[in-house]
Design a protein around this ligand. Structure first.
Ligand SMILES: [Fe+2]
Ligand SMILES: [Fe+2]
Length: 207
C-alpha cells in the first residue's frame, strides 16, 4: 500500500491537501489558511471590488434609463448594492481580514459592455431600456453565480453566519434579476419593437 502522499498523487489530487485530510484538521491555522479558505477569501475580495465598481457605474445607468420604472429599479438596487458592500465587510471581519478588493476582470468586462451598449443605443428610446436591462441582467447573473458559490463555500467551511449574510445578498440579486425581467416583458420590449422602421420580412421567419 502506498503512503497518503502517493495515493494523493495517484488520484490526481494535490498531495498536501490529501495529507491534511488524513491529519484530521479541516480548519487550517490562522497563519496557513487551507487552499479552500484562500480561494474563499479571494472570491470575497473579487466581489468586494465588483460591487464597488458597479456602485460607481450605477448613477450613469440610472441617468441613461428612458423610463421612470427602470430608473427607480436601478435606484433601488443601488441602495441594495451599498448594503452588499457593507455585508462583505462584515464577512471580512468574521474571518479576521481587512476589507480589500481584488480586480474582477469579469465585472470590468461587463461594465465595459454596458457602456458600449449605452453609446450604441439612442437616448430616450425604449430600445435603450431594453438593452440596458439585458446588460444589467448579465451583471446580476454574474453576481448570482458568485454569491451562490460563496454561500456554498461558506457552508462547507463551517462559516454559517457568513453564509447567512451572503445568502441575503444572493436573494436580493435574484429578486433584482426577476424584477428586470418583469419590467422588460411588461411593456418595454414591446414598445421598443415599434421604434424605427422594421426592415426584415416577417414571413420568412414564420413557422
Ligand atoms: Fe450586489
Ligand atoms: Fe446586483
Amino acid at each position: 500500500m502506498g503512503t497518503a502522499t502517493e495515493t494523493g498523487k495517484k488520484n490526481g489530487m494535490n498531495p498536501e491537501t490529501e495529507t491534511k485530510k488524513k491529519g484530521g484538521s479541516q480548519q487550517g491555522s490562522e497563519e496557513t489558511p487551507s487552499y479552500l479558505q484562500k480561494f474563499f477569501l479571494d472570491q470575497v475580495k473579487d466581489m468586494y471590488y465588483a460591487e464597488q465598481e458597479l456602485l460607481k457605474t450605477m448613477p450613469e445607468m440610472k441617468n441613461a434609463a428612458t423610463t421612470e420604472e427602470l430608473e427607480d429599479a436601478i435606484e433601488e438596487h443601488m441602495k441594495q448594492t451599498q448594503r452588499h458592500v457593507k455585508r462583505l465587510e462584515k464577512v471580512f471581519k468574521m474571518i479576521g481580514q481587512k476589507p480589500e478588493g481584488k480586480r474582477c476582470e469579469a465585472m470590468d468586462g461587463l461594465i465595459k459592455e454596458l457602456k458600449t451598449i449605452l453609446r450604441e443605443t439612442e437616448e430616450n428610446t425604449m430600445t435603450r431600456d431594453a438593452a440596458l436591462i439585458i446588460a444589467a441582467q448579465k451583471i446580476e447573473h454574474y453576481e448570482i453565480a458568485s454569491y451562490g458559490g460563496l454561500v456554498a463555500l461558506a457552508i462547507t467551511l463551517g462559516l454559517e453566519r457568513a453564509a447567512d449574510i451572503l445568502d441575503k445578498t444572493l436573494m436580493e440579486e435574484e429578486m433584482t434579476d426577476q424584477m428586470l425581467t418583469d419590467i422588460a416583458e411588461a411593456y418595454i420590449n414591446v414598445e421598443a419593437e415599434h421604434e424605427g422602421k422594421y426592415s426584415w420580412d416577417k414571413k420568412l421567419f414564420m413557422v
